[in-house]
Write a protein of this length. Structure first.
Length: 245
């Protein structure tokens, strides 16, 4: 494992590179966490391991305001994450050992994967949104995020208050301008979507709908599983290995 930082115009992004065994050149998959997440969460670690076992290097990265990267959680927005991820894509494009690129991300990281795939449709051999939270922009336009209501026109300075997970109104201002359907339409490559049908945070219907909208998507439903695959993570990793084989 190699640990280092990727620079997004002065913002340091924490990264860990893991190589599969016994290869000098191989594909690489970028792996990203969700909202309040980080690279050591069990589902992120296990997904990365499965990808390594498929002979593909992984670069786990943490976005603005998360894990060991720069920035305060309350100031993170999807634009900052998009800027961060474009810097990560630029970085991995300079790595000599890399033959092909993949990208996977969980929840808000799955939404990020969908946006980046639309922006860089030429870069990836396939993309893997996991339980993608692509309802966030629509929810921000309606004025309800994480079960908390706010005025979507007169957005308050903070939309979530108190505790560690305070969140600036700018999160909602940014999210309101994002239209994931447009980015879905811009990516024609292979897509694997994995979603638990008992997801309490991102309704399963969004995974299903995204798989219908993509031109070339496969949906794997994890029956009886929740947002972070606490019941059947083995089925998630098996589906990823199967798809990459
Ligand atoms: C929301 C629902 C889900 C939301 C964020 C999420 C900020 C993200 C979940 C995740 O990334 O795990 O209303 O608002």
């Amino acid at each position: 494992m190699k640990e280092y930082y990727i620079n997004d115009d002065g913002i340091k992004l924490h990264a860990k590179l893991d190589m599969p065994e016994g290869v000098s050149r191989c594909p690489l998959a970028i792996v990203v966490h969700g909202y309040t997440g980080h690279m050591e969460e069990t589902h992120i670690v296990e997904v990365a391991k499965a990808i390594n076992e498929a002979g593909i290097a992984t670069l786990r990265v943490e976005m603005y305001g998360h894990g060991g990267s720069d920035g305060e959680f309350k100031n993170h927005t999807l634009y900052k994450w998009v800027s961060n991820m474009l810097a990560v894509v630029d970085h991995v494009s300079t790595l000599d050992f890399v033959t092909d690129l993949y990208i996977t991300g969980h929840s808000q990281g799955g939404l990020l994967v969908m946006l980046i795939a639309g922006m860089c449709p030429d870069k990836f051999k396939a993309v893997i949104p996991l339980s993608p939270a692509w309802m966030i922009p629509e929810a921000a336009r309606k004025g309800e995020l994480l079960g908390t209501a706010f005025d979507p026109v007169n957005i308050p300075d903070e939309i979530l208050q108190g505790g560690e997970n305070r969140l600036s109104g700018n999160y909602a201002r940014v999210a309101q301008t994002i239209h994931p359907e447009d980015e879905i339409a811009r990516y024609n490559g292979p897509v694997l979507i994995i979603h638990g049908d008992k997801d309490e945070a991102v309704p399963y219907e969004y995974g299903k709908k995204a798989a219908e909208l993509y031109k070339n998507a496969k949906l794997v439903t994890i029956e009886g599983d929740d947002h972070c695959y606490n019941n059947h993570l083995d089925k998630v990793t098996a589906a990823i290995k199967d798809f990459l084989a």
